[in-house]
Design a binder for this molecule. Structure first.
Ligand SMILES: [Zn+2]
Length: 323
């Protein structure tokens, strides 16, 4: 029996590759800056080089497959990243070049979708059939399992929860170009825009620190007890609660886990008020809500889970399109 698997996490800034086993142990990990220039094969070649760096080519016979969680959007039938707004290279052919090179199964899913599959197999979700994972990071994204079934959608981009509309009359524009989206208010990259928007709406003047502020600096000010920063945090917590409650109202999970750098780095500041405000918006019975135990490696665990327990829906798509 082939004992090992390769997990890949393609992010806007970094690509991470890990060697792991079927029990979900990440044995060895490496990280490189994501190439921002090149053609449709550049990323695949970068990943091939990283895998070769991680394993001795002679050991390939022990590798069962490659599981990839990637920033999107994706076309999972083709195995491509397509028209991504967050990378220098807009379109990348991922699955085929890797399959041709290594001659083992290769699975590609949206990073949050892979992550929730990792949560189910190696994290807090083992005994649950209904699980949602939400990441609050540079963007906001989610992965959903309903009745043990991993939701994929026509292109593999189901449950783009970051683009839930939280204010239909908003003037605040999301990175995707539309208005009033949850991510446009509250993802790491957009918190500074929200602060400016909030200032304007409340006609607040004389806040010296807002210009050029990053979300890390904002959370630093909250920690220091800045009065206005605390007011903004309260408002942001309601926004997170509204988004999370909408997800719970739609998918009715038993377990909801939260991760992503913005959430994980500011857990003590964010989690108590988010939980408090949930009741304002929640219709469905409240699930168990926790910080993911898989931390910043959740997408890599997802990649491993794809290799050793490929979701039936994905396996079917692949057998239809790759044989
Ligand atoms: Zn959007």
């Amino acid at each position: 029996m082939k004992k090992f698997g390769i997990a890949v996490d393609i992010g806007a800034t970094n690509i991470r590759v890990a060697l792991g086993d079927r029990k979900g142990t990440l044995i060895k990990k490496i990280k490189r800056k994501t190439a921002q220039k090149g053609n449709e094969l550049t990323l695949a070649n970068q990943i091939i080089d990283m895998i070769l760096e991680l394993i001795n080519e002679n050991n390939l016979k022990d590798i069962k497959g490659i599981g990839i969680g990637s920033i999107g959007p994706l076309d999972i039938k083709k195995g491509w990243i397509v028209n991504t707004p967050n990378l220098g290279i807009k379109n990348s052919n991922i699955v085929k070049p890797l399959r041709n090179f290594f001659n083992i199964p290769v699975y590609l899913l949206n990073d949050c979708v892979a992550a929730v599959w990792g949560e189910k197999h190696f994290g807090a979700g083992r005994k649950y059939k209904n699980i949602v994972y939400i990441t609050i990071s540079t963007g906001i994204g989610g992965g959903v399992i309903v009745d043990d079934h991993l939701l994929l959608g026509k292109d593999g981009n189901a449950h783009e929860v970051g683009h839930i509309v939280i204010d239909y009359k908003s003037k605040l524009r999301c990175g995707c170009g539309r208005i009033g989206h949850w991510e446009g208010y509250a993802s790491g990259i957009n918190i500074p825009n929200f602060i400016m928007y909030y200032l304007k709406k409340k006609k607040v003047k004389n806040i010296p620190w807002v210009k050029g502020l990053t979300s890390e600096e904002f959370f630093g000010l909250v920690k220091k007890g800045d009065k206005f920063a605390r007011e903004v945090l309260k408002e942001l917590s309601k926004i997170y609660a509204a988004g999370i409650a909408s997800v719970i109202n739609v998918y009715d999970p038993e377990l909801l886990t939260l991760g992503g750098s913005v959430f994980l780095n500011n857990y003590e500041l964010l989690f108590p008020p988010i939980k408090r405000y949930l009741r304002l918006y929640l219709l469905n019975r409240k699930p168990r809500i926790i910080k993911t135990p898989l931390g910043g490696d959740i997408v890599l665990y997802g990649g491993l889970a794809l290799v050793f327990s490929p979701p039936p829906g994905l396996a079917r798509i692949y057998s239809e399109n790759y044989n």
